[in-house]
Design a protein around this ligand. Sequence first.
Ligand code: PMV
Length: 329
Amino acid sequence: LISKQFVVDAMIPKKSLPAVPMASESAPVNIALVKYWGKRNEELHLPITDSLSVALSLMTTTSVRQAPCKDEIILNGQRLPESSAFFLRTARFLDLFRPNSSFFFTVETKNDVPTAAGLASSASGFAALIKAINTLFDWRLSPEKLSILARMGSGSASRSIASGFVLWRKGVLEDGEDSYAECIGNPWDELRFGVLLVTSEAKNIGSGEAMRRTVKTSPVYSLWPEVVERDLKAVYQAIGSKDFVLFGEAVERNALFMHATMQTAWPPICYWKPETILAMNSVWSSRSQGLPVYFTMDAGPNVKVFYPVSKEKEVLAFFPSLWQIPLLW
Ligand code: PMV
């Protein structure tokens, strides 16, 4: 089994001390249009399928510097206890990059989104962190390498290295050298995005465990690679021809199938709350009244929608609480 440390050591220049006293970098939140759901390698976060996302203009900004005697992590101005899940997960990631065992980091990280909004993601977090580490040590790594290293923190972080439409190719190599994300296609200026906020409660099962259980136990998971292939083809074509209906249909059915795979796992996993279903129904009823609005959902209860700018006024009238978030091209 290939370890993360082995891959990292092969990828970064010989470990040295910081080249600058402090480095600060940002990375965007990304929303998957065709989802990443299931790993072929748990250790290296290598996916079973390709996935495709679009970047939001919500950023995580992270600064790193050397700390005197132990790691320190400050999230939105608050020093985190060393026993918190966020601290432990970040420190494990930092372990991969320490020049020696007595080197510690101070990490200060700020999210544009209030963490409570349920959109603040590990994806933008690990992408910003690896970019800041790269700058601190002056490694000058390529975007492909940064994407691979961000993936070591969380799979979807590989896509937060770029903006616009981003394709993460699953790759076939055992060490994941060919499993990284890059920008594809041109900006689609008429595309609009918003969130129907359902709840800001923390989810009770993480995406890692949910994926594992789904791959292992859902009888419909075997269809997922075919579904992804079909939906990727459609979204690709839709992006190329700016066909909003083709785009929306592929995005919505992809999210629904992902949720079908977890709802048919055992024990079953359902991230939906009653309000999630109400929001889905209001999207469907807006469509039956002629409004082109389509939704997607991730490993959480919030419903995220796409619509064309030409219908913005009508969409806002229909969904007065819609939280509009610009896309990042
Ligand atoms: O990167 P992870 O392990 O947090 O998984 C992300 C999974 C989804 O958000 C549900 C789908 C995706 O492609 O982002």
